[in-house]
Design a protein around this ligand. Structure first.
Ligand SMILES: Nc1nc2c(c(=O)[nH]1)N[C@H]1C(S)=C(S)[C@@H](COP(=O)(O)O)O[C@H]1N2
Ligand SMILES: [Mo]
Length: 196
């Protein structure tokens, strides 16, 4: 009995407060991809935003020129692993939406290769999301979404679309790829919005 009590209290005291419920820390960085890894060079890479009123496009250099930021964030995968304190570099979505006007409240993120995921627009703003192209001081590996991926660390990591190629604004919260297959429409790790 004392063995069980000691083990239990030890674990709860050691549990990192940055770790959401039901998550476990990993040291390595697992790769989770629903399909093959697309091969996109920075030369051919384009980022497009489509709204009810038009279309905007940025090349790789134009994206960098919007203003690059270094951030340290935690990431949480719905399959129960988390990594804390990862160093990322990217362009905040705030910079992009300074140049875009829409009355829509939601966006669908689209990736090279066809992956999609839905996010409320206001959860991509105010320093909550980036077009990221470096992690831990290195250009993103293709298998982790290089040359660039969406980074939305406050939501489960399936929202962080790898090989991002653009956003389409939407008046309603339509489900993306995993959301159509049972993942939660929103995906807050702190309230365990895993499935629906
Ligand atoms: N384009 C694309 N983005 C994606 C995925 C995918 O299959 N395709 N998988 C998602 C899921 S479920 C997770 S957990 C993370 C995994 O990112 P990682 O392989 O860099 O760890 O990417 C997300 N973004
Ligand atoms: Mo995932």
């Amino acid at each position: 009995m004392s063995f069980i009590t000691r083990g239990f209290s030890g674990r709860s005291r050691d549990r990192d407060e940055r770790l959401p419920p039901g998550q476990t820390l990993v040291e390595d960085w697992p790769v989770l991809s629903a399909g093959p890894t697309p091969d996109v060079s920075t030369d051919e890479w384009r980022f497009e935003v489509r709204t009810e009123s038009g279309r905007h496009e940025w090349s790789w250099d134009e994206m960098q020129a919007l203003g690059v930021e270094d951030v340290t964030v935690d990431i949480h995968c719905v399959t129960h692993w988390s990594k804390l304190g990862m160093a990322w570099r990217g362009v905040p979505l705030d910079r992009i939406f300074e140049e875009v006007e829409t009355s829509h409240d939601y966006v669908m993120a689209h990736s090279y290769g066809g992956y999609t995921t839905n996010v409320p627009l206001d959860e991509l703003l105010d320093g909550q999301a980036w077009i990221a192209f470096e992690a831990d001081g290195e250009p993103l590996d293709p298998e982790h979404g290089g040359p660039a991926r969406l980074l939305v660390p406050h939501l489960y990591f399936w929202k962080s679309a790898k090989w991002i190629r653009g956003l389409v604004t939407m008046p309603t919260d339509d489900p993306g790829f995993w959301e159509q297959n049972g993942y939660h429409l929103h995906g807050d790790p702190w309230t365990e919005e895993r499935y629906w």
